[in-house]
Design a binder for this molecule. Structure first.
Ligand code: SF4
Length: 705
């Protein structure tokens, strides 16, 4: 019905990397409805349960409305003005920087920030303060995908797009419960399968997930054995003559070494390592080789101490069969968070620089310094997520500013992270919600705007940039993340006696335009884009060069890669086991993953009753044989433990897990269950290249209480 103050605003869903477009309805200043944007190429009007209830989360209950400060840990925080809060942080940061150097402060930010927010945080750390200690929760999410792409294809650029789902003949999903984690992509897969019954779907996952249940072939490998499987597939394809030798010759290097490596990965050996039948390995190899093959992968590959090698070993299969750069073919990492891609584009991580540049590259540092008008960008790599909290714990980092993320829930080895937050001299927390596990550790709390209020841009899994427009005003005294950073940067520059010239941003568009300039001539060149184009012509994929009429749907269509000589590189990797191995005392492998209707630490989804209809409480899933052997019944309470901590939780019988394997969703934290969430048990061990920790797997003991 007509309402005089009813407005519609285009934005995106803030939950996952699918990046669905939404249209938000506002009455007066209140968000009252949300629907899928029928014109957005990520979802064509569809939304999943989480996205379609977004408007119900736009209420004030758990929102933080004003800044708070405490001058000592034994005092409660009290309400203060923004001036008081920011001046206090400036004082403390300046004092620490002047006494201990710039590397004694750090920023831990988020793949949920918009690209413009990300850009100014990165510039604040690297351009103004002079430290590379800026890392993000994307380190826990996509950094192995980044490292895998760079090692093989030469650039952090997913080559495929969603439309490839409609053209593929073999969809190879590895380490992704797409049905739950990326539901709208999964709807598209279901449609494609219904339209094309000949399309084959292979799912590699230790669990029989909803995704695996739709597969023509489910390879329920033992946790962490992906590299052995991928090498085995290559071995079979080599033997069966399924490789594209002309493509290998013309567009790649390193094949001879890889051939040597996979020689021993016979179906028999791989079947033994992975715990799947030889015939299934051969079948999967034949379907993959026939193509066109699109592989989709996520945390099952990334959150591993061998995440980079797992990614590379899968990309090897695409290169060796020429299944890349053509419709329906290519490796396609599904981004976990809504804007992990945008964060990578602006280089908002400890080892990256703006425009997909590398911190380790002196010329790249000089280019960014020129762009920013600063003498230099520091060369010393910053601390990555796990290292950062370790450095806070040992006193190397004294002040940490956390924005839009909840490390007291999402980091591995939580007891250690909590000890680290207690040890810090100063914790600044910038968040829209005041119900997160990290909240109690904050000395200074800065209230932020959130979904429906923010403006800027985001990039989804298929390199598509969408303009995010504000539908409602910020509540209370909340500020946009970028605004708080810019205000702080002006004050800090003055305090440190540095020229205050770096943060002249009256709005997000000026930040976007500077970021755009930083991409000139790079693989993600977006010099042909503007806010106006995004608003009038809708979301666009990068690269989108100056003068182009549209972005590129697929990369590497010409077989030229971002490596020296234009040739992609095969990475030879051998199978290595998980960080924690089951033993007599810890005989169970504990796996983690997502639920369909919850998101991350539930600060938003956990406030809605209807999102508990799917799964109403935290449980550990256990196989019936194990329950019988241990005389455990459905609903019994058990204690899971290892050297890092313990977790008390209810048991649910499930045929999704195999005997000797357990599963707990990652969402529940101390706000929603007794004790800390499942990450209290997870190891802080990380991949040596990507520095991504192994949040997917550990070994535990189980005791009935
Ligand atoms: Fe939001 Fe992801 Fe669901 Fe789309 S699939 S509506 S982006 S949570």
């Amino acid at each position: 019905s007509f309402h005089p103050q009813r407005r519609e605003t285009r934005s995106t869903c803030c939950y996952c990397g699918v990046g669905c477009g939404v249209i938000i309805t506002t009455e007066g200043q209140q968000i009252v409805d949300v629907k899928g944007d029928p014109e957005h190429p990520a979802n064509f009007g569809r939304l999943c349960t989480k996205g379609s209830t977004l408007h119900l989360t736009a209420k004030l209950d758990a929102r933080a409305l004003y800044p708070e400060l405490r001058l000592s840990r034994d005092l409660p925080r009290t309400r203060v003005s923004w001036d008081t809060a920011l001046d206090h942080v400036v004082e403390r940061f300046a004092e620490i920087i002047n006494t201990h150097g710039p590397d004694a402060v750090a920023f831990y930010i988020s793949g949920q920030l918009l690209t413009e927010d990300y850009y100014v945080f990165n510039k604040l750390a690297k351009g103004l303060i002079g430290t590379n200690n800026v890392d993000t929760n994307s380190r826990l999410c996509m950094s192995s995908a980044v490292a895998g792409y760079k090692a093989t294809l030469g650039a952090d650029a997913p080559p495929a797009c969603y439309e490839d789902i409609d053209h593929t003949q073999c969809l190879f999903i590895a380490g992704s419960n797409t049905a739950f984690a990326h539901p709208i992509v999964f709807r598209r897969i279901e449609d494609a399968k219904a339209k094309n019954p000949d399309m084959k779907m292979v799912v590699v996952d230790p669990r029989r997930t909803d995704t695996a249940q739709l597969a023509d072939l489910h390879l329920a490998i033992l946790p962490g054995t992906d590299v052995a499987l991928f090498n085995g597939l290559l071995h079979v394809m080599l033997w069966e003559g399924l490789l594209d030798m002309a493509y290998i010759r013309n567009h790649t290097e390193g094949f001879e070494a890889l051939k040597e490596t996979v020689r021993e990965y016979t179906p028999k050996m791989v079947a033994d390592i992975c715990g799947v039948p030889e015939a299934d390995i051969i079948q999967a190899a034949k379907w993959f080789g026939a193509g066109p093959t699109l592989s989709m992968y996520c945390m099952g590959l990334n959150q591993s101490i061998h995440g980079t090698e797992k990614n590379a070993a899968l990309i090897n299969l695409h290169l060796a069969t020429g299944q890349i750069g053509k419709p329906g073919a290519g490796p396609f990492s599904l981004t976990g968070q809504p804007n992990a891609m945008g964060g990578r584009e602006v280089g908002g991580m400890a080892n990256l620089l703006s425009g997909h540049r590398d911190l380790a590259n002196a010329e790249h540092r000089a280019e960014v310094a020129r762009l920013w008008g600063v003498p230099d960008v520091p060369a010393t790599p910053g601390k990555t997520a796990v290292e950062m909290f370790e450095a806070v714990k040992n006193g190397e980092i004294k002040a940490i500013w956390i924005a839009c993320t909840n490390p007291a829930h999402s980091m591995p080895d939580l007891n250690n992270v909590l000890a680290s937050l207690q040890q810090a001299e100063l914790v600044v927390l910038q968040d829209a919600f005041n119900n997160t596990d990290s909240n109690v550790y904050a000395d200074v709390f800065l209230p932020a705007s959130t979904w429906g209020e923010k403006e800027g841009t985001v990039t989804n899994s298929e390199r598509r940039i969408t303009r995010v427009q504000p539908a409602a005003p910020k509540p209370g005294e909340a500020r946009h993340d970028w605004e708080a950073v810019v205000d702080f940067a002006h004050r800090l520059a003055q305090k440190l006696g540095k020229p205050d010239t770096l943060f002249n941003y009256p709005n997000t568009e000026t930040i976007f335009n500077e970021h755009r300039e930083s991409t000139r001539g790079r693989d993600l060149d977006i010099t042909g884009l503007s806010y106006q184009i995004l608003e009038t012509r809708g979301p666009q994929q990068w690269p989108f060069k100056s003068g182009a009429s549209q972005g590129e749907a697929r990369l590497y269509t010409d077989g030229v890669f971002q490596k020296p000589g234009g040739k992609a590189h095969f990475v030879s990797a051998v199978y290595k086991p998980t960080a924690d191995k089951p033993d007599a005392r810890h005989p169970f492998r504990l796996l983690t993953g997502r639920l369909r209707d919850q998101w991350h630490g539930m600060s938003r989804t956990g406030t809605l009753a209807q999102l508990y209809n799917h799964v109403e409480e935290p449980v550990v899933s256990m196989h019936a044989d194990d329950m019988q052997r241990r005389q455990i019944s459905e609903g019994d309470i058990v204690k899971l433990s290892n050297k890092r901590g313990e977790l008390i939780i209810k048991v649910q019988q499930s045929d999704e897990v195999k005997p000797a394997e357990l599963f707990i969703p990652m969402h529940w934290g101390s706000q929603f269950m007794h004790g800390l969430g499942v990450n209290v048990l997870m190891p802080p061990a990380f991949d040596k290249t990507s520095k991504q920790p192994e949040l997917k797997h550990t070994a535990v003991k189980i005791e009935k209480l």
